[in-house]
Design a protein around this ligand. Structure first.
Ligand code: GCV
Length: 608
């Protein structure tokens, strides 16, 4: 098993209690001969400064977590062959850099592709403390500082907040504390009703009192808990709508309970009608978040953060930035990404996310974005992420949440170098391959921004009509002439939720970027793309190219000498990806060919 920072001592002592103690240990173990002085300047928080001194030593200045980040910076630069020769100052762009685990108390992980939970077994917190410390190191070295340990779908019994279980939560928080990682827990909005309160109405005094009392007990056990994460009125979860209240009523009630302890409420905006009738043409699911939240801009307490999925649907390969992230200027926001490869290959197919994130960050203007969160891709597999190369997503997620301007080739190279000892040519091959993997995956799956042609529920592999007559509001409406949904002003009006520059960019099919074409527009297969090809030809070409690129990727990957056991896992998953890519290519091309009756101009094999 190879993790980044493989060079560091495997055993992290249990008797290190603060980030500064840990920083000293890590520096001593990774760079034994190097003299460093650590100077705490509490007001600097996570920020740090590294000064190289004339005698070859280094002065590190920062808040206590800042010093830990400085230590990892010095260590990782050195391990990557980079010397710090000038003073370096660094501070994170986003205050909360969060991983959201969807781990259930029974040890299962919703959308988990790397084994079972690292934290839970048989209904309780139960873990291998050494593995947790290694995880703490991985998170801290990537600059990540909040870990929500349980699923937003809080399945009963939701025990974490109960008296009997708080000591376990406190013990886990103690383990993560030296790494500067604060815990967060997902809570069930209806939880008071499991404890003798007749309602969960956020305006009911008994409900408010229950949460206030609960917060008091939880914070007595874990004084630095980051806060609560909430999925309410979404996919069957309880929430304020049951009582005719809005989401500001719900979030502010919890915020009031957490305020005395400095906790935040992270309130998810993934709210839509998940029981849509496919015959209903008025409802367009991507419009839902805006409709539920935009009118509440400015109504949330200052310790509420609205967490918005990066796109208006649900972590598809390509979606536009959610209009909420552009429009809610008076509300604290978090952008939610997904490291778990739910729709992007289940940590079987290679899918390096940084190119996609870069595009999102470029569009993300608002300074009310406080925080970046990502659904975890972790599990108890020996390598933590199922596919050894999927760890690049965890690492680079952290680098970008700290500094979105980080160069993506540099970030991926850094991960490769910290993880493997490859010769320069192999390293370059791996970096190129990782960086191109998202586009390749995009080519062989659903075309040009449509999404959702996956196998229902499981979300791996193709099924172009799998969701077409279902309840989830995810339709492409392909018929013999055309495909896609018109989301312009003349269509569903989704595009009207955006600022004018955005509407101008995407509103006209003649100028809309190709890769979003079928997200915004319904077009005939004979539509002429800017490069002269017809839409149908572009679909065929992309799919054949995606398959060819996957084959080339497999060849290149086999030329890289990975250590075992990574080599075997990588090989075995690549074989599965080859199979998957072929299924996608053939099924999507056949689907469109059968519908349209238009042949491929190059006469390649399509199965009718
Ligand atoms: C945790 C999608 C996933 C669900 C997930 C949900 C969410 O619908 O398929 O597994 O539930 O998103 O983000 O809440």
């Amino acid at each position: 098993m190879n993790l980044w920072l493989r060079q560091l001592k495997k055993d992290i002592p249990a008797d290190l209690h603060t980030p500064v103690e840990l920083a000293r240990f890590e520096l001593g173990s990774a760079l034994p001969g190097l003299k460093t002085e650590l100077r705490v300047q509490a007001s600097m928080g996570d920020a740090y400064r590294i000064d190289p001194l004339d005698d070859g030593s280094f002065l590190l200045t920062g808040g206590s977590t800042g010093l830990l980040y400085a230590a990892y910076r010095l260590i990782t630069d050195r391990l990557c062959g980079q010397e710090i020769t000038r003073p370096v100052s660094s501070s994170p762009k986003y205050a909360l850099r969060m991983i959201n685990c969807w781990d259930n108390a029974d040890g299962e992980i919703e959308r988990g592709y790397a084994g079972r939970s690292l934290f839970f077994r048989n209904g309780r917190l139960d873990y291998d403390a050494d593995r947790i410390r290694t995880l703490g190191r991985l998170l801290a070295s990537a600059g990540l500082n909040v870990l929500c340990i349980n699923n937003v779908n809080v399945h009963y019994p939701a025990q974490l907040l109960l008296e009997d279980y708080l000591p376990d939560l406190a013990a886990l928080a103690d383990l993560f504390r030296p790494f500067g990682v604060k815990l967060m827990v997902s809570v069930d909005f209806s939880q008071p009703m499991r404890h003798g309160v007749a309602t969960a109405d956020p305006l009911d005094p008994a409900v408010r009192a229950w949460w206030q009392d609960t917060a008091k007990r939880v914070y007595a056990a874990v004084p630095d808990l980051a806060g609560f994460l909430v999925k309410a009125d979404s996919e069957g979860r309880p929430g304020p709508f049951t009582y005719g209240r809005n989401h500001a009523d719900g979030a502010n009630m919890l915020a009031e309970a957490l305020r005395p302890f400095g906790g935040v409420v992270v309130w998810r905006c993934f709210v839509y009608n998940c029981r849509q009738d496919w015959r209903d043409t008025k409802t367009d699911r991507p419009k839902a978040a805006w409709e539920h939240y935009a009118f509440l801009d400015g109504a949330f307490s200052d310790n509420v953060i609205l967490q918005v999925k990066h796109g208006p649907f649900d972590f598809q390969v390509r979606e536009p930035l959610s209009p909420l992230l552009l429009g809610m200027k008076k509300t604290k926001l978090a952008m939610e990404l997904q490291l778990a490869q739910e729709y992007t290959g289940h940590q079987i197919d290679l899918y390096t996310m940084i190119p996609m994130w870069k595009e999102l960050y470029e569009e993300l203007p608002a300074d009310n974005i406080m925080s970046i969160a990502a659904v975890s891709n972790l599990g108890d597999d020996e390598n933590y992420t199922g596919h050894p190369l999927a760890a690049v997503n965890l690492y680079t997620f952290g680098l970008l949440a700290w500094d979105p301007d980080v160069d993506m080739t540099a970030a991926v190279t850094r991960w490769c170098r910290l993880t493997y000892e490859l010769d320069p040519l192999q390293e370059q091959t791996l970096v190129e391959l990782l960086l191109s993997s998202r586009r390749t995956y995009e080519k062989y799956t659903a075309p040009l921004g449509i999404g959702w042609m996956v196998t229902p529920h499981d979300h791996y592999g193709p099924n172009p009509s799998g969701y077409e007559y279902d309840l989830w509001g995810t339709y492409h409406k392909a018929d013999r002439n055309a495909v896609g949904i018109d989301r312009t002003h003349e269509g569903t009006g989704y595009l009207d939720q955006y600022p004018q520059y955005f509407r101008d960019k995407y509103g006209d099919p003649a100028s809309c970027p190709d890769l979003f074409l079928l997200f915004y527009h319904r077009l005939p297969y004979t539509f002429r793309m800017r490069d002269g090809r017809t839409l149908i030809q572009r679909i065929y070409d992309d799919h054949f190219e995606g398959l060819e690129e996957t084959r080339a990727m497999a060849d290149k990957l086999s030329s890289i000498v990975f250590p075992e056991p990574d080599a075997s896992v990588i090989r075995e998953r690549m074989d599965k990806q080859l199979y998957n890519a072929r299924e996608w290519c053939d099924i999507i091309n056949t689907f469109f060919h059968r519908l349209s009756g238009i042949p491929d101009e190059h006469g390649r094999t399509i199965y009718d």
